[in-house]
Design a binder for this molecule. Structure first.
Ligand SMILES: C[S@@+](CC[C@H](N)C(=O)[O-])C[C@H]1O[C@@H](n2cnc3c(N)ncnc32)[C@H](O)[C@@H]1O
Length: 294
């Protein structure tokens, strides 16, 4: 059951709820586990209301549609089923996994009655042992759902994905881009995000407050820029958990080492970044990768 939005509350009840939420946002939720964050009603509600593909996902879908038609697909970290709308009708078998019970409940409600080719399974993506070798034609992990993992977990899950994908199968996922992260260390960026021009004082204060927490919770900007990949508190889910950021060339290297090839990169505007082009100019907050298994 998802909660009613603030907009639906009138009068004193609405005011109290607003105050409660505002106070909740004042304190970073650094004690929350990622799993609890994704089980929270407000988070499930937000994901459940989103049904559109992101532009690079649409580009990727157009590119691979024919290859995945009538194939088996695994949607890792399926959330509230945003991608299910678009991919499940194509596949012979579509399985969505997620470790957040409430996300899966939202999927089951949304797609009730469940088509015979679709199932949702509660599963931690770090353990894909229920799936046999070479079972899937396509594995998708959209909207940065690997980025809550530590570096080692991430390597392990990519290896597992390679195992459960048939040889020559397709894998696509997105990941936060470390080249973007320097923005979090610029007060101007936060003020722009808060639409400072609107001169709403609460937004302005919230931006400064979030900027300050970024400085407190992370290593320095220079230290972060020196890394190839790093976990960052970027303010997502009210600082609920750190997220993995990686430089795009390092991601390419990681994928090649793990046995993925033909890797292609897509920007948030939906365009492919040409192979061999200067990746230091790929500065979107996250990027999509599409590769095949060797
Ligand atoms: C950012 S949301 C993306 C949801 C969905 N893929 C979408 O694009 O709308 C990340 C999802 O991954 C799930 N997730 C994160 N870590 C996971 C893990 N270790 N095992 C299974 N699911 C996980 C979360 O519960 C959440 O639903």
């Amino acid at each position: 059951m998802v909660s009613r939005g603030v907009e639906n509350f009138q009068g004193r009840e609405g005011m109290l709820l607003r105050i409660q939420r505002a106070l909740g946002q004042l304190i970073p939720h650094i004690w929350m586990s990622p799993q609890n964050t994704y089980n929270a009603e407000s988070v499930v509600e937000k994901y459940a209301s989103d049904t559109d593909l992101q532009k690079p996902e649409q580009t990727i879908l157009n590119l691979i549609k024919e290859s995945i038609k009538k194939g088996r697909m695994l949607d890792v970290g399926v959330g509230a089923g945003r991608t299910t709308h678009h991919f499940a009708p194509l596949a012979r078998e579509y399985i969505g996994i997620d470790y957040a019970h409430n996300m899966l409940e939202a999927c089951r409600r949304k797609f009730h009655p469940l088509p015979s080719n679709v199932s949702f399974i509660r599963r931690d993506a770090r353990d894909l042992s229920i799936f046999g070798d070479g079972y899937f034609d396509f594995v998708l992990a959209s909207y940065n759902c690997f980025d809550g993992f530590s570096h080692l977990d991430r390597i392990r899950i990519l290896k597992e994905i390679k195992r459960i994908c048939k040889s020559g199968g397709l894998v696509s996922f997105s990941s936060h881009n470390l080249l973007f992260a320097e923005n979090y260390f610029k007060i101007d960026w936060w003020l722009n995000l808060a639409n400072f021009e609107s001169r709403k004082s609460l937004r302005f204060l919230s931006a400064i407050y979030r900027y300050a927490w970024v400085l407190v919770l992370n290593d320095s900007r220079e230290e972060i820029a020196r890394q190839d990949y790093v976990m960052i508190h970027d303010g997502a889910h009210n600082f609920g958990h750190k997220l993995y950021y990686i430089k795009p060339w390092k991601e390419l290297e990681q994928l090649a080492q793990l046995g993925f090839n033909n890797t292609r990169i897509f920007s948030l505007n939906g365009n492919e970044i040409e192979r061999g082009s200067d990746l230091s100019r790929a500065t979107d907050c996250w990027l999509y990768y599409l590769c095949t298994t060797r």
